[in-house]
Ligand binder design. Structure first.
Ligand code: SAM
Length: 260
C-alpha cells in the first residue's frame, strides 16, 4: 500500500514513517510513502501558499494552484476527467483522495479498515483556515475528521489516519493482535497485566495466573462489557441493535448492573 502526503510541513508526518513498526513495514516493502511539499509548486518568488478568502472573514486559505499542481504531480486527476478516462479506457479510477478536516466524517475503526483495502491513498493536509471548496469538489473523495476539535494543521490528523490504516494492512502486525482490540467487535478491550505479579501492593487478578482458559475468556468478556458500559454506553446499544451481544454477554451485563 502506498501513502502520498501533500503538506506544507513534510517533516511532521515523515517522522512517523521513519520510526518503529511503520519503518519496518516500509523496509519490508509492505508500505511505501511519498511526501509532497506543496510549497514546491508555488509559483511566485516568495513561494506563497496562502491567500485571503472571498467574502472576507478572519484568516487565510491555502492557494488553489500549488495544491492542484501537487495533486497532479502524483497523477491525481479532477474527478470529471478521471471518470471519463476510466470509462473510455476501462482503467480503474485514480487514487482515493482524502482531505483531513474538522468538518469531515468521523474516523472510526470501520472506516480505517475500509481504507486499508485501498492500494493507494492521497492525503491533503490543510493549513490556515483550510482549502478552496473547488479543490474539494474536483479532487477529494473523502473528507475525514479525527475528532470534534480544531488542530492548527492537518499533518497530525493525516498521520493519525495513516496509523489507524497501515496497521490493518496484511503482514504489518499479526492478525491475532488485531482480533481482540477495542472496537474490533463493538466492545472496548479488557484490562491487561504484565510482570511483576505484585506492583505497588496491587496483585494481578488470580484468574489470569490460573491457566484456566475458559475462566480467563469469561473474565475478559465481563471486563470488556463493564468497561464499555462505563466509558462508552453508546457502543453497548449499537452492539445490541446489530445483534453482536450474545446471551452470555447480556447475562453478564445484568450482573454488572446489579453490582456482581
Ligand atoms: N477553518 C477550519 C474549520 O473551522 O473547520 C479549521 C482549519 S484548521 C485551523 C487547519 C487545518 O487543520 C484544516 O484545514 C485541517 O486540514 C486540519 N484539521 C484541524 N482539525 C482537524 C480535525 N479535527 N480533523 C482533521 N483535520 C483537522
Amino acid at each position: 500500500m502506498k501513502f502520498y502526503v501533500l503538506t506544507l510541513f513534510p517533516e511532521i508526518p515523515r517522522a512517523f514513517f521513519e520510526n518503529s513498526i511503520m519503518a519496518k513495514a516500509v523496509e519490508k516493502g509492505i508500505i511505501a510513502y511519498e511526501m509532497v511539499n506543496i510549497r514546491d509548486f508555488a509559483f511566485d518568488k516568495h513561494k506563497t501558499c496562502d491567500d485571503s478568502p472571498y467574502g472576507g472573514g478572519a484568516g487565510m486559505l491555502m492557494k488553489t494552484e500549488p495544491l492542484c499542481k501537487a495533486l497532479e504531480s502524483v497523477k491525481v486527476k479532477p474527478k470529471v476527467l478521471d471518470a471519463k478516462k476510466a470509462k473510455k479506457s476501462k482503467t480503474k479510477k485514480s487514487k482515493r483522495v482524502i482531505y483531513v478536516t474538522p468538518s469531515g466524517k468521523p474516523l472510526t475503526q470501520k472506516l480505517a479498515y475500509e481504507l486499508s483495502q485501498e492500494e493507494e491513498l492521497v492525503f491533503i493536509c490543510g493549513r490556515y483556515e483550510g482549502i478552496d471548496q473547488r479543490i474539494i469538489d474536483s479532487y477529494v473523495d473523502d473528507e475525514i475528521s479525527i475528532g470534534d476539535y480544531v488542530l492548527s494543521s492537518g499533518e497530525i490528523a493525516a498521520t493519525v489516519i495513516i496509523d489507524s490504516v497501515y496497521r490493518l494492512v496484511d503482514g504489518v502486525i499479526s492478525s491475532e493482535s488485531l482480533e481482540e482490540e477495542s472496537f474490533s467487535d463493538g466492545l472496548l478491550e479488557y484490562p491487561q497485566y504484565t510482570r511483576p505479579e505484585v506492583f505497588q501492593g496491587m496483585k494481578v487478578p488470580d484468574v489470569l495466573l490460573s491457566g484456566h482458559h475458559e475462566n480467563i475468556r469469561k473474565w475478559r468478556l465481563k471486563k470488556r462489557l463493564a468497561k464499555t458500559l462505563k466509558n462508552r454506553p453508546d457502543m453497548i446499544s449499537s452492539a445490541r441493535s446489530s445483534g453482536k451481544l450474545t446471551q452470555e454477554a447480556e447475562q453478564m451485563i445484568e450482573e454488572i448492573i446489579k453490582g456482581n
